[in-house]
Design a protein around this ligand. Structure first.
Ligand code: GLU
Length: 425
């Protein structure tokens, strides 16, 4: 097959698609996956590349590049977020779409995997420009999205406001309101209670289960979180509300460290005012590099891919790594961490809370019947804990690490659906 992974970009230490494919191959080997099915799963089902021309505030036209990748749709419609970031490229979006396939399968919700993105720097765009980008991008990918086809959601630099534009644009194009086309919407447009904090809340549930499994006393643990966006912040806030100790957090500008624990609500209001956590007192400023290498019990990368690599893995000092971001640990780093006895709780399990509540939102939108926050939280907990228990069973059966077990469970579920459906025509 003539589908090659493109050249590594400048400053890009790892290619996420190569990472995702290596993880798939590791699991495939153990379960003796049929070679034809492996080839099918290594590449996306469908890729759409679009130009997104918009009129900038200064009246000039600028063209952005957008992608929507559907990796696999055998278990249901595509599901996955939309990312706005200057480093977005096709390999990254393809890897993220593949991880969505595994994520939905591991928590057993009836979706395939998809992802979208626009190459842009939201920090340098006005709200009106972002709205025009969103509306044109959604019109361009409108051909392949829809409640039964592929359902976008928030990801890095997109939020409920963006999802409202997505819902409106799609609805205007078809001529009636279609709330089921997107999740992560504001409540007043058919969003679900508990969706915004869902990924962070899921990370907390899975961290609690992992600590219990690995005999780590979470009450006495120090937690370090890289990233203070939607996922990192909400995980930090919920840990803090439960009385756990977060000693360091960071954002793109840098990190802060206080071995006695940070007051997360205070850090949050500081960062809202200053645009960064850097400079918050009482804490010491540290770099993101230093943050990852701090001595702590629980390390939670909640930013972007490729943060724990073969370069820094030898200096990681936590007992466990809980992957709240997608793809933060490279396969080479995985091996180094394993040799050091550091346990990794994989992204496709740890950060699945977001897509689980997206699934709840989609169900609510389709039925036009909405649940209480308590019900959302209880059902999220149940889905996450069941998935964790199932992954542990696979770990014991195959005597493998948690990532490999989660991949085996996910790949087996997808492969079974693929085989049962057979090939068309
Ligand atoms: N962007 C999130 C993720 O990576 C959520 C996707 C969704 O809710 O569809 O899991």
């Amino acid at each position: 097959m003539n589908f090659t992974v493109s050249q590594k970009k400048k400053n890009y230490k790892v290619n996420p698609l190569e990472m995702a494919q290596q993880q798939l191959e590791t699991a495939a080997k153990i379960i003796h996956l049929d070679e034809g099915i492996l080839q099918k799963l290594k590449y996306p089902k469908r890729t759409l590349i679009v130009s997104v021309p918009i009129k900038m505030d200064n009246g000039k036209i600028r063209v952005f590049r957008g992608y929507r990748v559907q990796h696999n749709l055998d278990r249901g419609p595509g599901k996955g977020g939309i990312r706005y970031h200057p480093d977005v490229d096709l390999d990254e979006i393809t890897a993220l779409a593949m991880w969505m396939t595994w994520k939905c399968a591991v928590v057993n919700i009836p979706y395939g995997g998809a992802k979208g993105g626009v190459v842009c720097d939201p920090q340098k765009l006005s709200e009106q420009e972002l709205e025009r980008i969103t509306r044109r991008y959604i019109s361009e990918i409108g051909l392949i999205i829809g409640p039964e086809k592929d359902i976008p959601a928030p990801d890095i630099n997109t939020n409920p406001k963006t999802m409202a534009w997505v819902m409106d644009t799609f609805s205007m194009n078809v001529g009636y309101s279609v709330p089921g086309v997107v999740t992560g919407k504001p409540l007043s447009l058919g969003g679900s209670r508990g969706r915004t904090e869902a990924t962070g809340r899921g990370v907390v549930y899975i961290t609690q289960k992992a600590c219990e499994f690995y005999n780590i006393d979470i009450e006495k643990s120090s937690i370090v979180i890289q990233g203070f966006g939607n996922v990192g912040y909400n995980a930090a806030r919920i840990f803090y509300e439960l009385g756990y100790k977060i000693v360091a957090v960071s954002d793109v500008h840098g990190g802060i460290y206080n071995p006695d624990g940070l007051n997360i609500p205070e850090v949050y209001s500081y960062s809202q005012k200053k645009g960064t956590v850097v400079g918050y007192k009482p804490a010491k400023n540290i770099s993101n590099k230093e943050l990852l290498e701090l001595k702590c019990d629980i390390l939670i990368p909640a930013a972007i891919e490729g943060q724990i690599t073969q370069q820094n893995a030898p200096r990681i000092k936590s007992k466990i790594v809980v992957e709240a971001a997608n793809g933060p640990t490279t396969p080479q780093a995985d091996k180094i961490l394993a040799r050091k006895g550091i346990k990794v709780v994989p992204d496709i399990l740890a950060n699945a809370g977001g897509v689980v509540v997206s699934y709840f939102e989609w169900v609510q939108s389709l039925q036009a019947y909405f649940w209480k926050e308590k019900d959302v939280q209880e059902r999220l907990k149940e889905v996450m804990e069941n998935a964790f228990n199932e992954v542990v069973e696979v770990m014991k059966h195959y005597k493998v690490d948690m990532r490999t077990a989660a991949m085996i469970l996910a790949v087996s579920r997808v492969a079974e659906a693929t085989k049962l459906r057979g090939l068309y025509p």
